[in-house]
Design a protein around this ligand. Sequence first.
Ligand code: PLP
Length: 431
Amino acid sequence: MQFLSTRDPSHHVGLSAALARGIAPDGGLYVPEVFPTLSVEAFAGCDTVAECARVLLAPFFDGDALAGEVPGIAHEAFNFPVPIVPLALKDDVGVLELFHGPTAAFKDFGARFLAGTFAKLPHDPKRPLSILVATSGDTGGAVAAAFHGRAGMEVIVLYPKGLVSARQEQQLTCWGGNVRTLAVRGTFDDCQALVKAAFADAPLRLTRELSSANSINIGRLLPQASYYAYASLHTWRRTGKRANFIVPSGNLGNVLAAVWARRVGLPIGRLHMAFNENRTVPDYLDGKPWQPRPSKATLASAMDVGNPSNMERLTYLYPDLNAVRDAVSSVSVTDTQIRARIQEDHLALHQTWCPHTAIAAQAYQQLSATDRAAGPWLLVATAHPAKFPETVEPLIHAQVPVPDALARLLCLPRQVTEIEASMTALKACLA
Ligand SMILES: *Cc1c(COP(=O)(O)O)cnc(C)c1O
């Protein structure tokens, strides 16, 4: 299998090269040249995310040096539970809990799989592999956790100072060792622009092998398709129906993995993207011109993205607006609605949402009766509520118990360098 750049289909590389580069030389994003077709029967006997990954990812790794490693990497990466929990009192609605990994957010799936693949790629001992990652909150912690302590690789995390929650900040800065954390005086979009500029900087690339662990890296997207395979097969075997998903969305990496899983043939119905007040995508689907804009700070900060990079992959697959509208739908939810949903569902359903997952729960409420009846629906729960106590606890008038893995990280000392949002400042840190 070869992978093409969204901007220049004549540029193609094998999967190992696409993983190592992160972004194509022309600035485009890697996409599979073709989508394989897999039947539900091909997944017979696959009862875990790791087993689904083995079948799903095999054709994408076909012909690549890493092909034989996929089962091992998936087994090691997806070593935590992925419960599908029915929502009390509601018919045909379940919650796909993706927050039981080491940093309590779904980013652990992609980050851990990517770290596993990088560990197996050949390395030049003279040019250390530096993973650059811009984060709006959860990515950086997941990537740092996944790569921490791995030999021959360093991680440089950039996050917008003051725009992530206290516990997210702790997870970004508690590492040391081969992880360097930079608090950038700017927004997530500034961090993302710095990472892109670093990739375009030829002198910098001479001294180190740069790679990206953002959701632009195909090595994060592909493994995420595995939990959609797992959840849709679980639903299919139980009900004989296609699962519809509501996906809290920012940079579109999560929902794109679902789009790809459906494209391969998994029994997935509708994909409904739930956004916060960053309306770039919903406005576009409403018929307005594509208009990236500065991100706006909301309660669901890991989704504060004004220029979602994975849109380029979606429009590559579905070049015209009507085709995009057939593939995905969207809604935008306000901070006021997030707060109300957290309060109501805590009282009525005994369910505690993180602010991101609350957006999916609210999006479900806003579906038409017809759409709801066309279930089953799965709400994709992207983070554990204990990551956002300052938002959640005052609303529910209770403490959220902290999962053990998270509790361990919260005791470690912080190690962080503050920089201004400029290439000069970034390069000074990398020197
Ligand atoms: C990253 C993140 C999202 C958004 O996912 P995308 O892949 O960027 O669309 C949603 N919720 C949480 C908790 C996240 O960390």
